[in-house]
Design a protein around this ligand. Structure first.
Ligand code: ADP
Ligand code: MG
Length: 252
């Protein structure tokens, strides 16, 4: 069990708000993720989970509030700047280059920065190739390494996207619905890989997830968004007993 007391957060949001026109997608959300945790983020559809990831990874400007990573304020930084600081993410709608192979996708991982056409023809360093080879093995993608990403199963594409996020060796990985569209066997593989990365390589995770078993198997703490506001925070067991959380999910 992680006890965050006495540690400083790896990632922290203070009063984070995001409006889209008249819609308050996030309202004054406070949260902290501590080094070494696997933290869950749950909430009904439309509750603001992906928008929070967009603000944290700096894909979206916040409307108000502050974000800190490793003790530095990153509220107005660019996505490539926070990527270089060690923050990586995946997307709810998988972003891989479908016409390129698994191997080529790994080498072109957008987490390294902006991809320009000329980069496609640049020689890749041995260090990058070695890292890609290691991750492809770790993620059990060896046998599909030369297949086009568009021909992978949903689960294999998720693993590839996780691999691409891991290329720059980040400290914190934000995963947006890593189990959606994934068959049960591969869900177990993804769970096992996350656990290994957390326990053996000390990677910290924040997971948006609908699969409650996945959450309760992996996460020490979870926070819940509802209509853009933080509804609750606690262990998975505590939240499953929380009337407000049950009502948010299943209605009155
Ligand atoms: P979740 O990931 O929890 O399902 P989202 O963060 O995707 O929720 O969406 C939260 C709310 O913000 C929804 O009402 C959604 O329609 C709205 N929203 C998300 N992104 C945009 C956008 N780029 N422009 C306008 N509205 C958006
Ligand atoms: Mg979402």
């Amino acid at each position: 069990m992680n006890t965050p007391h006495g540690q400083s957060p790896l990632l922290e949001g203070r009063q984070v708000s995001k409006n889209f026109g008249g819609l308050a997608a996030l309202s004054n959300v406070d949260f902290a993720v501590y080094p070494g945790e696997v933290m869950g983020l749950i909430g009904p559809n439309g509750s603001g989970k992906t928008t929070l990831f967009d603000c944290l990874s700096r894909v979206q400007e916040v409307s108000a509030g502050q974000i800190f990573f490793k003790g530095s304020e990153i509220t107005h930084k660019k996505p490539y700047q926070v990527a270089h600081m060690g923050l990586a993410r995946t997307f709810q709608v998988i972003r891989v280059y479908r016409k390129l192979t698994v191997w080529e996708n790994m080498l072109l991982s957008p987490q390294w920065g902006k991809i320009t056409p000329s980069q496609l023809f640049k020689p890749t360093s041995e260090a990058i190739k070695a890292r890609a080879r290691e991750l492809i093995g770790f993620l059990l993608l060896d046998h599909v390494m030369d297949l086009k990403a568009g021909n992978l199963s949903g689960g294999q594409r998720r693993l590839l996207e996780i691999g691409m996020a891991l290329m720059p060796d980040p400290d914190l990985i934000l995963l947006d619905e890593a189990t959606s569209g994934v068959n049960p066997t591969l869900i177990e593989e993804i769970k096992d890989r996350i656990r290994t990365l957390n326990q053996q390589q000390h990677k910290t995770f924040l997971l948006i997830e609908h699969n409650i078993h996945f959450i309760s198997d992996l996460c020490s703490r979870v926070f819940v968004l509802n209509y853009g506001e933080k509804l609750a925070e606690g262990t998975p067991a505590e939240l499953m007993e929380n009337e407000e959380v049950i009502e948010a999910y299943f209605g009155a």
